[in-house]
Ligand binder design. Structure first.
Ligand code: SR1
Ligand code: MG
Length: 408
């Protein structure tokens, strides 16, 4: 038996032949192509096609950060991703890739090939907004959040899910990289010299540090629903109605959330906030490139994301498991709390992409002169969002304020 502990293009066919669960997915004896396409921070990703045109994606976790081999990383994150995919598929199969197989021995997930889709971040960077994706992700978060919370899940099952999905090492990465490191001196941090004063101002802001501290505590102690855990625009595939050039022309619009290895039972607002933050980055890019109309359009999407989430959550509410005590006032309070969390998590996630480890191509691929202003705008927007969100029930108004801040 070949060594499958770290797959290569040469061992993929033998690996597929060893997995009975994949016998009906691709023909391992007639593999036509294997391409390694992983471009994230952590994993190997192979797209495999057989001679009959069937295909599969194999995703294998490495025992270290892909971009920094000296940084060890638990391979158990693959099991967490399998747990999230299974649960989210049950709740909302429309918005996740199908999971065909999970090999715990070699930490390999076999997933539906979505090559006829494109990564939303890349599309935004190229100036294509795909507004419908915000509505779809709002529905996805609502369906998965409801189904994996005590509203939709038997109390014992919910506690079993909390246990099964516990993801301490990856949660700690988020705790450090998102909520702490941007606010201290740390070797992971880097900004353009021209942005040093902006970071100094951020760190000197006691009110902001308080909000980030409270947000970190909520992230660490809240067990509302099984979240994706890293739902930025680079974790979303989009395909417009009619498909992309070269695809199936009568394809329906499709939006899928992938790469859920950071998932655990946590605060529902974290997923909404992650997407919201990355929309702020996309808007900052558009603004920096002198495309104010596109920046404005992008910043209508946090409102659409929230509206779709809220609409779907309210639609599911009649199915809640204990209406004896979960009356309609509870719904209003839950929604207000999730919205408030989403806003402060958005602020944290936007700021971390400027100051800390794991930057975003939206800003990084700008020319240095534009990058400086865009980074400054995002830091100001994040700070403003974290501090002004309390009591503002209107996400559209918060996003409009972000646009004004980016332009200030
Ligand atoms: C070491 S992992 C760095 C980042 O990549 C992922 O996308 C997460 O956001 C994580 O914080
Ligand atoms: Mg990822």
């Amino acid at each position: 038996m070949p060594d499958f502990s770290q797959l290569t293009a040469d061992t993929v066919a033998a690996y597929l032949a060893s997995r009975r669960a994949l016998a009906g997915v691709v023909d391992a004896a007639r593999i036509a192509s294997v391409r390694e396409v992983g471009d994230g921070n952590l994993n190997l990703v192979f797209i495999v096609e057989d001679a009959g045109g069937a295909s599969v994606v194999l995703k294998q976790s490495l025992p270290h950060v892909r971009t920094d081999p000296s940084w060890p990383m638990t391979r158990e994150r693959s099991a967490r991703e399998a747990t999230v995919l299974e649960a989210h598929q049950r709740a909302d199969a429309e918005h996740v890739p199908a999971l065909y197989d999970f090999d715990h021995e070699h930490f390999v997930l076999a997933i539906e090939n979505l090559s006829d889709h494109r990564v939303w971040r890349n599309e935004l960077n190229a100036g294509r907004v795909h507004e419908y994706a915000a509505d779809a992700i709002g529905r996805y978060v609502a369906r998965t959040a409801f189904a994996t919370s005590p509203l939709g899940l038997d109390p014992l099952e919910h506690k079993a899910l909390v246990t099964r999905a516990v993801n301490p090492e990856l949660a700690q990465i988020t705790e450090d990289l998102v909520f702490t490191e941007p606010y201290i001196e740390h070797p992971h941090n880097a900004v353009l010299p021209a942005n040093d004063p902006d970071v100094a101002a951020l760190r000197a802001d006691r009110a902001l540090r308080r909000e980030m501290g409270l947000a970190k505590f909520r992230f660490m102690t809240t067990a509302q629903s099984l979240i994706h855990g890293d739902l930025h625009t680079g974790s979303v595939f989009v395909r417009p109605a009619g498909g992309f050039e070269g695809g199936v022309p009568d394809a329906r619009a499709s939006v899928r959330a992938f790469d859920s290895e950071f998932g655990f039972v946590g605060p529902t607002g974290f997923d909404l906030g992650a997407l919201w933050a990355n929309l702020i980055l996309a808007a900052a890019r558009a603004e920096a490139l002198g495309e104010p109309d596109r920046a404005e359009l992008v910043l209508t999407l946090p409102g659409r994301l929230w509206a779709a989430f809220e609409h779907e959550y309210r639609a599911l509410w009649p199915e809640r498991l204990d209406p004896r005590v979960w009356g309609d006032e509870v719904l209003e309070q839950l929604l207000a709390g999730i919205r408030d969390d989403a806003a402060v998590f958005a602020a944290a996630k936007a700021i971390r992409r400027i100051v800390g480890f794991a930057k975003a191509s939206d800003i990084e691929t700008l020319p240095a002169a534009e990058r400086e202003g865009a980074a400054r705008g995002v830091l100001r927007a994040g700070r403003s969002l974290a501090l002004t969100r309390h009591g503002i029930a209107d996400v559209e108004a918060l996003a409009a304020e972000t646009l004004a801040t980016l332009r200030a």
